[in-house]
Design a protein. Structure first.
Length: 550
């Protein structure tokens, strides 16, 4: 799973987000429908369609030339293959994988090469086979500077992708590190015989051409796409598993307004919607035709302080600001039982979370003492602390289209006012938020990262990522750099456990971010739809297994 699908790597994308698959649950091939036209009640069957409420349109059919976003990922992972699929098990240990295009793979003794043996029955929707040449072509596109894929950094340590024969491909690495398989697998296998007609230098000007000429190898194909309205996926009759998908069609209907998506589900206009608020989830649960599934999401919300600006370059001031925010009340008001206070970039339900650290408490009196020690005193009696003629006042920026974030900024404003700090909410469009973060044009920003399942946090906290990377707050700490480098140098993620624990403790002390909350994701499902495994990686995780009563 990628680092962040909520905020792209800046200026490239570190987000954002997540490849996924099941190890066992929801993938029992012995009970796949399609063997009988009239299955017994409760048994899976083929046929029918589902309508899925979608927050926004997809960006295109070629992921390498469009900014990462959740809707695009949700659709493209249904129509393309990956070498392997990540299992939804990273909470209990390092992520594991199962076959997809590759039937099996083996590592060299020195772990610097890995050889994949591809299945010989995978084909593109135009009848051409999927081969090792497609795998090499996809890698070449991913790393090409003119293609400028927003997550090309995942491929930095791959020195070559060797075509051994049509169904064998070998990856060569410059170094050994814990997330080799995770990162080489990032991105989809693209059709060399079609997409190769356009030189890489011209890809970014040919988005419409790719839409008109794309062929697919996943369980579904894009049958039609009406921009800003709907994307219709149909069964790919050439998919390597002839019994899947179970559905004839899956229709992703674009409904930007969250309340309208809920209304459509309640009225029967759609069968599935996600990103439910606690209030909407309660409404849906009251309808016996519907059900709600919830799980702790992969993201954490935070305030990122611009450490290039005073007074945020002072760790004691950052601690005071953190102590001045009543984060439990914030969570209770914004999320209720769907949220919990965060205190680490590693989520609390993940195996390597540092359980020996606790959230900094709400302690406004200590916050005021700390600020006074740093020279921040209300000298003119206007209720706002000042120092050297400067008031302790700043803008707290977030995106205006996210109700929870907007509500949170207002509450944080009121909390900080109690300790003499003026936080002024600054609400902007999402793209404006990204641009200003990229340019470090902010005081403080309320935003989110998605946990990378490979637990590589270099993108957010390493000095090397300042400027052209995702460390937009300008955080630099030689000890943190050392920890991050050593984590990336371990052969196995389990070997990095003490380093990851120490990283969390250091960030807890330094507070380059004030961690705010982790929240649940909730999806609403019509009960006629079965075998839905919405989980922390993807809410449409196993769409090929879904089936409907008819």
């Amino acid at each position: 799973m990628r680092a962040d699908r909520q905020l792209p790597r800046l200026p490239a994308a570190a987000l954002l987000v997540l490849a996924a698959a099941l190890a066992a649950a929801g993938c029992d091939r012995d009970r796949v429908a399609g063997e009988s036209a009239e299955p017994a009640g409760g048994e899976p069957r083929r046929g029918g369609q589902v309508v899925i409420g979608f927050s926004s349109d997809i960006a295109g059919v070629n992921q390498l030339i469009h900014a990462s976003n959740r809707p695009t990922e949700s659709v493209l992972r249904q129509v393309y293959l990956q070498l392997v699929r990540e299992n939804a098990d990273f909470e209990s240990g390092p992520p594991t994988f199962r076959p997809d295009l590759a039937e099996r793979w083996e590592w060299s003794d020195d772990h610097e090469t890995v050889t994949f043996h591809l299945r010989d029955d995978a084909g593109w929707s135009d009848g051409r086979p999927v081969t090792a040449a497609d795998v090499r072509f996809s890698w070449q596109a991913q790393i090409h500077p003119d293609v400028a894929w927003d997550t090309a950094y995942y491929k930095e340590s791959i020195t070559d992708v060797e075509v051994v024969d049509p169904y064998t491909v070998r990856f060569h690495f410059s170094r050994v590190y814990p997330s080799q398989l995770l990162e080489l697998n990032e991105g989809y296998i693209l059709p060399a015989h079609v997409f190769g007609e356009i030189p890489f230098e011209q890809w970014r000007t040919h988005g419409q051409w790719f839409r008109e000429h794309a062929v697919y190898a996943g369980p579904f194909v894009i049958e039609s796409w009406t921009p800003q309205q709907e994307i219709v996926l149909a069964r790919n009759e050439r998919y390597y598993d002839p019994e899947l998908p179970r559905l004839d069609r899956a229709i992703f209907r674009v409904i930007p307004d969250a309340s309208s998506r809920v209304t459509q589900l309640l009225s029967g206009g759609t069968d599935f919607t996600d990103s439910l608020s606690p209030e909407d989830a309660a409404r849906i649960e009251r309808d016996p035709r519907l059900e709600v599934k919830d799980f702790w999401g992969p993201a954490y919300m935070y305030i990122g302080w611009n450490l290039r600006r005073e007074p945020f370059d002072d760790a004691r001031v950052r601690l005071a600001l953190t102590l001045g925010i009543d984060r439990q009340t914030l969570v209770d008001n914004v999320w209720g039982s769907f949220g919990r206070v965060s205190h680490s970039p590693v989520l609390q339900n993940v195996w390597i979370h540092a359980d020996d650290i606790e959230p900094h408490p709400y302690d406004p009196e200590r916050a005021k003492r700390l600020l006074a020690e740093r020279g921040w005193i209300d000298r003119d009696g206007d209720g706002v602390l000042d120092k050297d003629g400067q008031r302790l006042s700043f803008e707290l920026m977030t995106n205006a289209d996210n109700r929870q974030r907007v509500d949170a900024t207002v509450l944080i404003q009121s909390h900080l006012a109690r300790i003499g700090v003026e936080a002024v909410p600054r609400l902007v469009e999402f793209q404006t938020l990204l641009t200003r973060m990229e340019e470090s044009d902010f005081d403080a920003v309320l935003a989110a990262w998605t946990l990378p399942t490979g637990l590589d946090f270099k993108y957010a906290f390493h000095t090397d990522e300042i400027g052209d990377g995702s460390n937009y707050i300008g955080y630099s700490n030689p000890e943190v750099d050392r920890l991050l480098d050593e984590i990336r140098a371990q052969p196995e993620l389990t070997d990095a456990e003490p380093l990851l624990l120490e990283l969390q403790r250091t960030l807890h002390r330094e507070l380059p971010y004030t961690f705010l909350w982790e929240s649940k994701r909730a999806v609403g499902i019509n009960r006629r739809v079965h075998d839905v495994d919405a989980n922390v990686l993807y809410v449409h995780y196993n769409l090929y297994d879904w089936w409907v009563e008819q």
